[in-house]
Design a protein around this ligand. Structure first.
Ligand code: APR
Length: 232
């Protein structure tokens, strides 16, 4: 079996009870992006931002991986050298489902970052503005989340995977945010087959050859069974 790259978004964690961003009652209906997901917002009101991620960290800890996360982990179990998950999500449900080959391109709630010396360390459950950096000792800790206007992580590695994958799958993402929304075009250009899993077609849905509509807890296990039966 050739390499399979799976991009995931908030939709894969929706059935675990974690909010998506652009649903009617989504996170961006409750908070202004510029207040809680930009460096400027953090500089303006660090407590508002740190508390926003403290709440999401607590929700993530209280949530459980669902059948969608577990299906991707099962696929990797059978093909450990050929399955890579690239997630836009900052929760840890993929890890807790057993996925190992995982790139958190937008960072992770489990991480803290020093905005003075770039040191990274495991985030406490509750962060406070001015927390000291364990390395440089300055009060410059922030959540290790990629905010709007910042460069997502491991982009070179992601594009290497897109250039060499046989299948590119996208799960539970609306196609609103680049560079992730551009991955399907790159995978197609490099000759990959493409499949989208969503409740409805995303903004880049037309670029996918195959579309499986429905909750990821149903569509992903069925697809993984198909792939595993083909490659048995
Ligand atoms: N199964 C499959 N798809 C689902 C499910 C489900 N149970 N529930 C929701 N979805 C789909 C929605 O139809 C939508 O297309 O998940 C998608 C969620 O879209 P968004 O809320 O825009 O989330 P996402 O695409 O992950 O956002 C991308 O934007 O704000 C930034 O950094 C943030 O990583 C985030 C990025």
């Amino acid at each position: 079996m050739g390499k399979i790259v799976i991009l995931t978004g908030a939709g894969i964690s929706a059935e675990s009870g974690l909010g998506t961003f652009r649903a009617e009652d989504g996170l961006w209906a409750q908070h202004r992006v510029e207040d809680v997901a930009t460096p400027e917002g953090f500089a303006r009101d660090p407590k508002l931002v740190v508390d926003f991620y403290n709440a999401r960290r607590a929700q993530s800890a209280a949530a459980e991986p669902n059948a969608g996360h577990e299906a991707l982990a099962r696929l990797e179990t059978y093909h450990p050298d050929e399955v890579i998950v690239v997630t836009q999500n900052v929760d840890d449900l993929h890890e807790r489902a057993g996925t190992r080959n995982l790139i958190h391109m937008h960072g992770a709630l489990s991480g803290a970052l020093c905005h003075a010396c770039d040191h990274r360390w495991p985030a406490p459950m509750v962060m406070a503005p001015g927390d000291p950096c364990p390395s440089c000792r300055r009060g410059t800790a922030r959540p290790d989340i990629v905010w709007f206007g910042e460069m997502p992580y491991q982009m070179d590695e992601i594009f290497d995977h897109l250039a060499s994958c046989e299948i590119f799958a996208s799960v539970g993402t609306s196609g609103n945010v680049y560079p992730a929304a551009g991955f399907v075009a790159e995978a197609r250009r490099m000759g990959a087959r493409t499949i989208e899993f969503n409740l409805e077609r995303s903004l880049v849905g037309d670029l996918f050859e195959d579309v499986r509509l429905g909750p990821a807890t149903g569509t992903l296990p069925a697809w993984v069974d198909e792939v595993l039966s083909r490659t048995a």
